[in-house]
Design a protein around this ligand. Structure first.
Ligand code: WT7
Length: 635
């Protein structure tokens, strides 16, 4: 049982060295000791980044749902697998045991089978955060059907593009969704999407809102009666380790979304192993990741990673601000949550509000806090640490991507000493490299460059659905024999990594390379500032100058704007240098964000450059209305 659960720093270094010295022996041991396989592999790893081609555990046979469900039945069938917390705090939470989840997955798999789905078919899942979403994901995996979950907030256009790209035969959706005080008519969105999706034969409907829907005869069916009539047992399809498990779309900087393909064996091993260590999960813990299963974070760290470890994973339907800004903390208290994993954007939003929302709840159950999705700025880090973790729960700032499948750079709590804004050390088996513009690796510490990974890890995406050439060009052509992440990073004196942001967000001012993240950090530390984003705009002398979009806290709103501008620049000058001072500072009511909470700098850049004739598609933004407001006030 060695190496599965890292408990102190020396052990981390020792296991890390082993994982790099002989990756095959290392991963073979992990795979062998902690998972159930129908047949073991013929070969642990075959790879060639120039093609690129990567195969882990080739020849092995398994079904991931047997690892996530069946094998727990004998020892912990009555343990809660999924703890469902509905949007409405007055609605009862549901504790779904491993035995019940197993049965629900089997019934759903049998229904899918009856409806014509078999191994290799693509099934689109467009559901809100309700148990049926996890059940549908696992039911597909049970049959070897490839799930493509589309976040149930995407428009009908975005949905149709994703359905057509991988030719889904079926869509599983619901009448609607309820998030906060808003309901969304998902079925109507699906109907609109399907007008341009001739390949979809069946739509299965979960009832959630009770809203009116029109069923298209021969295509649409309510799911529940079918589930009631289905057998509660379903033999799992035996899959090849390298068979696709799912497709998940991620937006590229250009072009249509990329359908990242993840496979069964390596993905299972890596998500389970990272989950165990990065959240220090122990029996009896209640783990909560607030992401949506529509994103990779939800796939890997709500569904597969936790369930493969027999953990209790909270599935939350609502939003952090409903019925008030204390909801997260109320749920932590209610379910005695031990690990809490969220995004910096949520933390910043909650940090703007009164501390009473946090302080009225008992958060003493918390042991580990997590952050993911973007660099966490220093102020948000301290707020999270002081007010949520009370200084005793380590924050794991986890850096990874849809493409990487699992967490790549992160502290291990109680093992790796943390530093605000640093993702710290590579996880076991991960071999990062920093590259200069000429494509050479920059060795040593106190350096910065473009972040690459130079050796395969088990959960890496294997291709882009239907476009292997694009997979090659996007990730493997910039730096020879390396996977290029698109991020910039620095490695400090002790070898800790700090992700400085997407490389395309770098702004060159008077020949100096400025990452947006550290400047935004500095602005955000001003007591009157809630959040900010900076972009470059053309400047006669400097080449580029900086334009800052700044959201004020309520307490800052009454203050003199010119004074505030001076103070912000003074602060940047002190913390980074005069070179990073902003030429323009616009106070804005909000920032355009993607549904996953990332600031759309592309739009801000156009506004700053007064090039707003074509802003591109803004319909998939979380808050498209804010764009016009920013444009109206632009400087
Ligand atoms: C990009 C990937 C991984 C799940 C959520 C996002 C940024 C992610 C961090 C972090 C700094 C981060 C990177 C990365 N990012 N986590 N802890 N610190 N940056 O998945 O949508 O595929 O986005 O998110 O820029 O490349 P994604």
């Amino acid at each position: 049982m060695s190496n599965y659960h890292i408990k102190h720093l020396e052990e981390y270094f020792q296991v890390y060295r082993k994982s790099v010295r002989d990756p095959e022996a290392f991963w073979e041991e992990i795979a062998e000791e902690h998972f159930s396989w129908r047949k073991k592999w013929d070969r642990v790893l075959r790879w060639d980044f120039s093609k690129p081609e990567v195969a882990w555990f080739e020849g092995a046979r398994l079904n991931i749902t047997e690892n996530c469900l069946d094998r727990h039945l004998a020892t912990q069938g009555e343990k809660t697998a999924i703890l469902f917390e509905p949007n409405d705090p007055g609605e009862q939470a549901q504790h779904i045991t491993y035995r019940q989840l197993h049965e629900r997955v089997c019934r759903m798999a049998n229904v899918l089978k009856e409806q014509g789905i078999s191994k290799g078919d693509r099934v689109c899942i467009y559901l809100p955060m309700i148990p049926e979403l996890a059940v549908a994901v696992l039911a597909c995996a049970r049959l070897g059907a490839i799930h493509s979950v589309v976040f149930a907030g995407f428009s009908s256009n975005a949905l149709a593009t994703r359905i057509n790209d991988c030719q889904c035969k079926m869509v599983i959706t619901s009448d609607g969704s309820i998030r906060g005080s808003k309901t969304l008519d998902l079925k109507a969105i699906v109907d609109a999407a399907l007008e341009s999706c001739p390949g979809v034969e069946r739509v299965l409907l979960v009832k959630r809102t009770g809203g009116e829907v029109t069923l298209v005869p021969g295509r649409d069916t309510w799911l529940q009666p079918l589930l009631d009539g289905a057998s509660p047992a379903c033999e799992a399809e035996v899959m090849d380790a390298e068979d696709p498990l799912f497709i998940l779309y991620t937006s590229g900087s250009t072009g249509k979304p990329k359908g990242m393909v993840h496979t069964c064996g390596g993905y299972m091993v890596y998500t389970a192993y990272t989950f165990k260590n990065i959240f220090q999960y122990r029996d009896g813990d209640v783990y909560w990741c607030t992401a949506d299963i529509g994103w990779i974070t939800g796939h890997s760290y709500i569904v597969y990673g936790p369930l493969a470890n027999g953990a209790t994973t909270v599935l939350f339907e609502g939003v952090p601000t409903y019925p008030d800004h204390g909801r997260f903390w109320k749920v932590v208290e209610k379910h005695r949550v031990t690990q809490f994993y969220t995004a910096p954007t949520a933390i910043r939003a909650l940090a703007r509000e009164s501390l009473e929302y946090v302080e009225q709840y008992d958060l003493s159950s918390l042991k580990v806090l997590g952050s993911v999705g973007e660099p966490i700025n220093e102020e948000a880090w301290h707020w999270y640490n002081n007010n949520v973790g009370k200084g005793k729960s380590p924050i794991v700032d986890t850096w990874w991507q849809t493409e990487t499948g699992g967490i790549m750079i992160s502290p291990i709590p109680f093992v790796t000493p943390t530093t605000p804004t640093y993702a710290t050390l590579p996880f076991i088996g991960v071999q990062p490299a920093l590259m200069d513009d000429e494509g050479n690796e920059i060795k040593g510490n106190q350096v910065s460059g473009r972040l690459c990974i130079k050796f395969p890890w088990p959960s890496m995406a294997r291709t882009i659905w239907g476009d292997h050439q694009r997979y090659h060009d996007t990730y493997f052509s910039t730096f020879k024999n390396n996977y290029f992440t698109g991020d910039g990073a620095l490695r400090d004196a002790v070898g800790y990594y700090r992700i400085t942001g997407r490389v395309d967000d770098v702004i060159i001012v008077s020949g100096h390379n400025l990452g947006t993240a550290p400047i935004e950090d500095s602005i955000n530390e001003h007591p009157a500032v809630a959040e900010s984003a900076i972009v470059g705009f053309p400047h006669e002398i400097k080449g580029n100058a900086l334009y800052g979009f700044v959201i004020l806290k309520e307490t800052g709103e009454g203050r003199d704007r010119e004074n505030l501008r001076r103070e912000i620049n003074q602060q940047i000058t002190e913390q980074i240098g005069p070179i990073a001072k902003l030429d323009k500072i616009q106070f804005v009511p909000g920032l355009p964000k993607t549904r996953s909470g990332k600031i759309m700098r592309r739009i801000l850049r156009k506004i700053a450059c007064r090039d707003t004739a074509d802003l591109g598609d803004i319909s998939t933004l979380l808050n498209p209305e804010v764009v016009q407001e920013i444009m109206d006030e632009s400087l």
